[in-house]
Design a binder for this molecule. Structure first.
Ligand SMILES: [Zn+2]
Length: 325
């Protein structure tokens, strides 16, 4: 597949290394008024740079408050900003931009207590262990990602309906996803109370579009601004002023029922899978996987976030779901 053009590049972040909480690349801003603990994370995947651009933009807003008394400061509660997998991000190479996704392992598969406590050392687990206290403190989390394939922005609401309800309150993006979790390990937005229907904690993971598209930065900033307003940290006027995109007329929800996990390295799709392709008929062959053929499980099967990169056994190649409305 041809490499899409790099419309955006990794922004400079070295000046942000020294945070104000004793952990590199973690910055916390607290209001004098009580309120929720809010965490916004970028660079869970080192090559997903729109979130880093969005956090840099917000940090400029924070500086403006300090200098000219306009810009952003939390109205209540506290905001923690995290640039997560900086070690991977720093390996960016324009010739092979996907390689900076992680160093040793996918950082968004290590968030169970079991994985964090396992006697396994990796760049990503070390960083996740450092960040865990901030995640466990947070009442509300926004984790900012982007996608390998060209696809409209979508919100991964984890496995709990309460997070989809929260994304509806947010109002963006136009497409919401509830899935079955990732078979390879727990994601940050699923950790602890975020997956417990009875807990008031909420976590959202926004996929802002294709990694290298400039538009992904607008989606990231727009989502961030609205999220700060929804959590009560930002004032409504400031949020109104800094939105970048129109509110979609409605949000559709896709409920994922299963993940297609490659069983062989010889995996190929049997039909075009770009965007959010819908397979009209149950039983239609979707992919060939060694000896196995994957079939559409029901009418109007939606193919969510297909991976057209070379398959490895155990890789999620695509998720299958259906529109609920
Ligand atoms: Zn990601």
């Amino acid at each position: 597949m041809p490499q899409p053009p790099l419309e955006i590049l990794p922004p400079p972040i070295a000046h942000l290394r020294r945070g104000n909480v004793g952990v590199d690349y973690v910055h916390r801003f607290a209001s004098a008024r009580p309120g929720p603990e809010v965490l916004v994370q970028a660079l869970t995947h080192g090559n997903e740079i729109c979130g880093a651009h969005a956090l840099l933009w917000l940090l400029e807003q924070v500086e403006q408050v300090e200098q000219v008394e306009q810009g952003f400061a939390p109205q209540r509660g506290a905001l923690t900003l995290v640039l997560a997998n900086v070690a991977a991000f720093e390996r960016f190479d324009a010739q092979a931009p996907h390689r900076s996704r992680f160093v040793d392992e996918d950082m968004n598969r290590v968030w169970s207590d079991e994985a964090l406590q396992a006697p396994i050392d990796s760049v990503e687990r070390r960083r996740a262990r450092e960040l865990r206290p901030f995640v466990d403190e947070a009442d509300f989390v926004l984790d900012i990602h982007s996608m390998h394939e060209d696809c409209q922005a979508l919100m991964v609401c984890g496995t709990a309906d309460k997070n989809a309800a929260y994304a509806r309150a947010l109002g963006v993006p136009g497409l919401l996803l509830i899935d079955t979790g990732h078979p390879a390990g727990l994601r940050m937005v699923e950790r602890g109370g975020f997956s417990d229907p009875a807990s008031p904690r909420r976590a959202l993971l926004v996929e802002c579009g294709q990694h290298w598209q400039r538009a992904s930065v607008d989606v990231a900033i727009d989502t961030l601004v609205r999220f700060l307003a929804l959590t009560g940290l930002a004032d409504a006027d400031w949020a109104q002023q800094h939105r970048r995109l129109p509110t979609p007329p409605r949000q559709r929800l896709v409920r994922v029922t299963e993940a297609v996990v490659a069983q062989s390295a010889d995996f190929r799709f049997l039909l075009p899978v770009q965007g959010l392709a819908v397979v009209p008929q149950a039983g239609t062959p979707i992919a060939r996987d060694g000896e196995r053929t994957w079939l559409a499980p029901y009418d109007n099967t939606v193919l969510v976030m297909p991976s057209t990169q070379h398959a490895r056994p155990g890789n999620t190649q695509v998720r299958l779901g259906r529109y609920e409305d």
